[in-house]
Design a protein around this ligand. Structure first.
Ligand code: ATP
Length: 373
């Protein structure tokens, strides 16, 4: 791009949005550092788009403050904010060439060197060779890149992306995820990306905020959220988890927890709350961390063990084989085994035990909602 983009941080303080009696976003505090790739991840209806629209100035918060680059923009009109938004629908002008689509906003602002800037924008998204085509002569992914170039040429301080890859097929989506990551790293603009796709958020963002019912449940780098979720919602929305409920019988550096008569352990550093003996906690483990113990198989020292249970499903998915193991009152647990060194002979109906390293266990507070697993 000709002009280097201005970077800026984005801050939300106590931002709340009510629609009549319904609260779509509960008092939200968020800091998005300048130059970061930030993802707002959550299920449909959790308030992601409403949050993005408030940042864009398309929706007024009921209360709270929004600042960009340290400047309070809460009362600033949308077109005066240093932000641009890329939506799921590309909304390109069909009668204009690709280049004119990208140049459109620049022309309206009466900026100099419009064509050169638009061409530079197209180069950023690697589409300069298609500058003279019309949008209908492009693939979905190419159209999305034009929409991206159109936003980037305005050199926004913050770029808002509202499910921009939602309409693309899986292969193209994956390609565009990497492309967006590259563009963000090159341009250095703060990106705020809204998605309900956990894999997409983890692939692209350096920080993910997991939203549920208008609140942020947990925020952090993807690997941290995955390794140490702090709520059952995060444990199950970001990847999958096996969760069991138990009672603390031993509180120390390593907690001893009674789970239906079995003694499990969790390092105190991997629990999200500090609790004492007698407290009810949930313990969790990711399915790819669990090993299946067949007849006579012995766990390695330092393992948690549950079972026996019955294998109820074996699904070969190519890179891994996924097992469902019914542990009775403890529910159905999942095990994902990489197909690296042959596939063990485990079949539906087999009685097996499950084992995993104590260090891979995480602790969550209290009973799960609804009392189920
Ligand atoms: P999705 O992934 O489906 O787009 P989302 O997390 O982006 O979901 P929002 O669009 O922010 O969710 O909506 C949050 C809640 O606010 C939803 O329950 C929605 O029905 C409600 N809502 C959004 N806009 C309005 C409006 N203008 N009037 C009334 N309710 C609204």
């Amino acid at each position: 791009m000709s002009a280097p983009p201005r970077r800026a941080s984005l801050e939300l303080w106590g931002v709340r949005k009510e629609f009549g009696a319904f609260t779509a976003v509960e008092s939200l505090d968020l800091t998005v550092p300048e130059g970061s790739f930030f993802a707002l991840l959550g299920p449909s209806g959790c308030g992601k788009t409403t949050t993005l629209r408030m940042v864009a100035g398309l929706e007024q918060p009921t209360s709270g403050t929004i600042s960009i680059g340290g400047r309070d923009v809460t009362g600033t009109a949308a077109f005066r904010r240093p932000v641009n938004t890329v939506f799921q629908s590309y909304a390109l002008f069909p009668h204009m060439t690709v280049l004119d689509n990208v140049a459109f906003g620049l022309r309206r602002k009466r900026l100099p060197d419009v064509r050169a800037r638009a061409r530079a924008g197209l180069e950023t998204v690697q589409l300069a060779h298609l500058a003279d085509r019309r949008p209908s002569q492009l693939s979905g992914g190419q159209q999305q890149r034009v929409a991206l170039a159109r936003a980037l040429v305005n050199s926004p301080s913050v770029l808002l992306l509202d499910e921009p890859l939602g309409a693309l097929d899986l292969a193209l989506r994956r390609e565009m995820q990497l492309e967006l990551k590259r563009i963000q790293a090159d341009a250095g603009i703060t990106f705020v990306h809204v998605t309900h796709d956990q894999e997409e958020a983890m692939t692209m963002a350096d920080t993910v905020a997991v939203m549920n019912e208008g609140r942020v449940e947990q925020l952090g780098p993807p690997a941290e959220l995955y390794e140490l979720p702090s709520t059952a919602f995060v444990a199950n929305f970001l990847g999958r988890s096996n969760l069991v409920t138990g009672t603390v019988v031993d509180a120390g550096d390593v907690f001893g927890v009674d789970v239906a008569g079995a003694r499990l352990q969790v390092p105190a550093s991997r629990g999200s709350t500090s609790v004492g003996a007698g407290a009810v906690v949930q313990l969790g483990v990711r399915p790819e961390k669990v090993r299946i113990l067949q007849d006579g198989g012995e766990p390695t020292p330092g393992s948690n063990v549950l079972g026996p249970g019955k294998v109820t499903d074996v699904s070969f998915t190519g890179v891994s084989t996924q097992y469902q193991v019914d542990l009775g009152d403890l529910g159905v647990h999942e095990v994902f085994a990489q197909n690296a060194s042959g596939i063990p002979d485990i079949r539906v109906g087999d009685a097996v035990r499950l084992a995993w390293d104590v260090d891979h266990t995480f602790g969550l507070p209290g009973d799960p909602p609804g009392g189920g697993q």
